[in-house]
Ligand binder design. Sequence first.
Ligand code: ARG
Length: 437
Amino acid sequence: MKLWGGRFIDKESKLMEDFNSSLSFDKRLYYEDIIGSIAHVKMLSKCSILTNDESITIVNGLNSILSDIQEGKLIIEGDYEDIHSFMEIQLTKLVGDVGKKLHTARSRNDQVAVDMRLYSKRKAGEVIDNLDDILNTIIKLGNDNAFIMPGYTHMQRAQVVTFKQHIMAYYNMLSRDKKRLLSASEIMDENPLGCCALAGTTYDTDRGFTTTELGFKKPVDNFMDGVSDRDYLLELLSGFSIIMMHLSRLSEEFILWSTKEFDFIEISDQFSTGSSIMPQKRNPDAAELIRGKTGRVYGDLMGLLTTMKGIPLAYNKDMQEDKEPFFDAVDTVLSCIKVMNEMLRSLKVKKDNMRAAVKRGFLNATEAADYLVKNGMAFRDAHAVIGTIVIHCEKKHTAIEDLTLVELKGFSELFNEDVYEFIDYENTLSRGIKKEM
Ligand code: ARG
């Protein structure tokens, strides 16, 4: 069932019909399609292009289709080209010939553009709400676990940090992600309805009216751009990709930290899985899946960037390919944030193991050098002296703070009794962290 056909003599090939149809995936735009149509019809009546009665009949028809879909009485399926064709044909079945007036002064090009803007704006809001939830979880997890742990560079123990400091780094990453989505939502907040196919319409329409009805900030400035702009999807996909990159880095740390080699955390049973052969296994599948799904969201972004790169103005059917990657990415990012949030809420941090690891990594070597500098040595010389002490300690399987003062003085006369307090892990930590807050 089609909205066009008048100028064709032969029937469309079944192969082409199936190839062309987007209903199986664009059916998820049904809500936005209906509210977009309602705003359009109200505008047509306000501008005396439709009569008040016609507009009431159409609006009531559209509202009844909406409730039938929501109540499961009307299933979106069949051999329709897309959600827009499905709606118009359903409407005409329901209200009769007046339904055929719905598409006056409109094209599917501006219709699909407005549907996608409304849908993606709503979904961006949902992602932002979920980011708010995980941000709150991170603050609580950090405050409950402000214990010392080794901080790493090059995956080698470097200096003392706290678990709170470490996890709050992710708070900062995800806060920037939220700002990115807010900014994309702000930039996309323009109404393309009224651009029609590409050149507007000869009817005296009111784009300001539909803009207010649909809650956009302003109408788009240029019709050809309005129907063919998909930048907002790319911006959101890029924002989603960066969120996934952040969640993937955190997942990677959790996977490492939950190994017996690290043993810094325990991921709860709720978010772990077992092995079908090895009875002892507890696998961090949730974290691995988040890490894995990151590639898929990057793929969605790359796919749409590539689709868009060669398209001349204005609308071309290539653009129908914007939907599946966007839908896939938004579903994926939402489920990953939710799973990560719950995994964080049920995470056990192993305070004692982290503290023991701090003791084993010369994490106060930098501060020991700073101590010698404080007592008059140049930093480069102090660096060399402490390096020699580290070799000595490695041979003796001991730590800098466990050497006696006599032993230390053997390396430099500048060591005194107060060195032990200076290189104490908690003290070095609090002196360093003070500048961060
Ligand atoms: N299903 C189409 C899409 O998603 C709707 C617009 C079709 N417009 C057209 N002139 N064929 O892009």
